[in-house]
Design a protein. Structure first.
Length: 170
């Protein structure tokens, strides 16, 4: 059984050591893949790193644009396969509201999350709420439904952008 790792509790909008944040998440990804006898290939790692670099959700086309092809011909299918793999490993979340992907910073083996998506700057903050997850499990059990993934999205403004919105309204 893999030991549970704890994600950095700081918000992406608060000051933190972002390089350490990225390094920890990549190390976690390596461990997850090794424990499941899967490979974090160079392409998969590169796609994950692009998502980790900004704390924002990126669409597949933006990832394609930023991806370092190293002189090779662009192959969108490689990016889509990498995203599918990373999502199946619980290393990224698909943000349905923007049809984009965000890196997962919650290092639990299986977890549910609430994604707070800022519609102004695009930052994605991930939080876990145990009571909400328990309630969803209970409702699913009552309905005979088997949950594979618990992910809710809330779209609004992050603290930095909300402050600017309030200033503009005043």
């Amino acid at each position: 059984m893999m030991p549970e790792m704890t994600a950095v509790s700081s918000s992406p909008t608060s000051p933190h050591d972002h390089q350490s944040c990225i390094s920890d998440a990549l190390a976690h990804a390596e461990t997850i893949c090794q424990n499941r006898n899967k490979r974090l290939t160079e392409n998969r790692r590169a796609v994950l790193k692009l998502l980790l670099d900004s704390h924002c959700a990126l669409g597949a086309y933006e990832i394609l644009r930023r991806f370092d092809w190293g002189g090779r011909a662009r192959a969108p299918v490689q990016v889509y396969r990498a995203l599918e793999f990373l999502e199946s490993m619980g290393l990224v979340h698909r943000v349905a509201s923007s049809n984009a992907y965000a890196a997962c910073y919650r290092f639990a083996e299986r977890h549910g999350a609430v994604l707070f998506v800022c519609k102004a700057c695009g930052i994605v903050m991930e939080r876990e709420e145990i009571k909400l997850g328990s309630m969803m499990d209970k409702l699913a059990q009552q309905s005979g439904f088997t949950i594979h993934t618990r992910l809710l999205e809330a779209v609004g403004h992050c603290p930095d952008c909300a402050e600017g919105t309030e200033d503009a309204a005043a």
